[in-house]
Each structure stands twice: as C-alpha cells, then as structure tokens.
Design a binder for this molecule. Structure first.
Ligand SMILES: Nc1nc2c(ncn2[C@@H]2O[C@H](COP(=O)(O)OP(=O)(O)O)[C@@H](O)[C@H]2O)c(=O)[nH]1
Ligand SMILES: [Mg+2]
Length: 254
C-alpha cells in the first residue's frame, strides 16, 4: 500500500534462473502483490521462484514461450481481477532498481495515467553499452516523432506504472507480443489519450544477457514505429475521410 493505493508489480521472466530471486528481492516492501509470469522458461526459473518465501507472490506460467509482451498481458489480466489500483512492470532480470518505483508510483498518483521510466534522465545511463545507447536514442526519437509526443521518452524502457482505469482503456489484444511491446504500449496509451509521463530511472548492468538480437529486433521495432505513425489520429481520420463514402439515396432498381 502506498498512500492508500494498492500496488502490484508484474514481472515477466524467461530463463532467469540466475536473476529471479534477486529481481523479486528488489521489489519494495510497500508493494501489495507481485505477479511473476514465467514465459515458458526451459531452465529452473519456475523452481527458483517457487522457493521464494513471500506472501505477496503469485506465480503464473505460460506453457510455451510467448514473448515478453504476452507475459506482461497475462500479469495485467491477473491484476485486473484483484483490487489493486496501480500496476507496475519490472523485468525479471534484476535490471530495474526497486528504489525508483516510488517516484513512478508518486507520478501516477499525481495524475500520470501511464508513467514510464526514462534512463536518459539519469546519470547511470553512462553504464549502458555504447551501441545500445545509440540504438535506444534513435528508436526513442523515432517513437516520439511517430506519436507526436511532446516530451522526452525512453521508448525501450519497460519500467512502467499504469492505473487501473487507464489500463481498461487499452486494447491489449492488438499489441505486438515480443520486443517492441514497450513501443506498442506507448502508442496505445497515446491513442487512448492517456497522460504519459516520464521519470528518471537507474540503469543496472551486471552479468545479465539481453535476449535482443539487434538484427532481427530492430527491423521489427522500426516497423512497429511506422505502424504507430500510421495509426495515429490525424492520419487515421484522413484515411477515414477518404474511405467513407457518403450515403446516397437511390431509386429502387426496376
Ligand atoms: N528474451 C526474452 N525475455 C523475455 C521473454 N518473455 C519474458 N521475458 C522477460 O522480459 C524481460 C526483458 O528481457 P531482456 O532480454 O532483459 O530485455 P532488455 O533488458 O530490454 O534487453 C526479462 O525479465 C525477461 O526475462 C522472451 O520471450 N524473451
Ligand atoms: Mg534486461
């Protein structure tokens, strides 16, 4: 409970046996519910999480690997069946600092519908490998452009908090499930007219290995960004005005 708000953390995990316990340990004590979603891990992630003694913890499991976005969706759906008010997402590899969650949650309580962590606003970004940094800058700029977003954004950062009412307004089934899900959530939030806020978060790099293969992932994200731009309001209404044929009263055919 944080300022009378019930808080949940959704934690997607895929083959995180080395980090699962540490990642759950990073969740602050005032969080009410922790939903770990094992996305079809082939290692001992599931057993490691089972060994954690924490009454707030719920374990869900996909029977196969469905992608980080699908895991987050499973977690969101579970949370929506409980009485929580705000739902955070923290990765299961321990790269997100639980100490940052308070700022995200405060910003949500103060009116942010969808609050995103922004690693560019924190000095620890210097620890990010150079190529990754450049890639993140380019993808973030393109995402900002595509969504016509008025402020700074860390498009690929998955550390977020969303309010229950805001989440209800998003059509999660339309979103892409794998890497690129953060861009998809962001576009969906903008389309729904949600207030999207960014807050600084720390970047933690230890021995975790990213599942991202840039040669396959970057083209997909670029496509999602283009689709985000096309789905954006003005373009859509322009398209509708082209496609909508005015009703014409016709004489019945003889
Ligand atoms: N690589 C990968 N990660 C997944 C998948 N499903 C859930 N995850 C989790 O999603 C989170 C982010 O993945 P990660 O590879 O660390 O992405 P990065 O930090 O953006 O490089 C981690 O907690 C993963 O365990 C999946 O299908 N593939
Ligand atoms: Mg990671």
């Amino acid at each position: 409970m944080f300022q009378d708000h019930r808080i949940a953390v959704v934690m997607p995990m895929h083959n995180e046996e080395a980090h699962a316990v540490g990642a759950v340990a990073r969740v602050p004590a005032w969080v009410d519910l922790i939903v770990v979603v094992d996305d079809g891990s082939s290692d001992s992630t599931w057993e490691r999480v089972a060994g954690i003694n924490d009454a707030r913890l719920v374990r869900l499991r996909h029977d196969g690997n469905k992608g980080v976005g699908a895991a987050i969706r499973t977690g969101y759906r579970f949370c929506m069946r409980t009485a929580v008010d705000l739902i955070a997402v923290m990765d299961g590899d321990g790269q997100m600092d639980g100490a940052d969650l308070e700022r995200l949650v405060r910003t949500a309580i103060n009116g942010g519908d969808f609050v995103k962590g922004n690693r560019f606003l924190d000095r620890s970004i210097e620890a990010m490998p150079c190529l990754r940094y450049l890639g993140n800058v380019v993808l973030s700029r393109l995402t900002v452009w595509a969504a016509d977003h008025p402020s700074s954004l860390d498009a690929q950062c998955g550390y977020t908090v969303i309010g229950r009412a805001a989440l209800e307004r998003l059509d999660l089934d339309r979103l892409y499930n794998r890497y690129g899900f953060p861009n998809e959530m962001f576009f969906a939030a903008r389309r729904a007219g949600l207030r999207v806020e960014s807050v600084p978060v720390r970047t933690i790099y230890a021995d975790e290995v990213s599942g991202i293969n840039p040669f396959t992932t970057v083209p997909v994200i670029l496509w999602l960004i283009l689709r985000g731009a096309i789905r954006r309001g003005p373009l859509r209404s322009r398209r509708n005005s082209i496609l909508t044929v005015p009703a014409v009263d016709r004489e019945p055919a003889n």
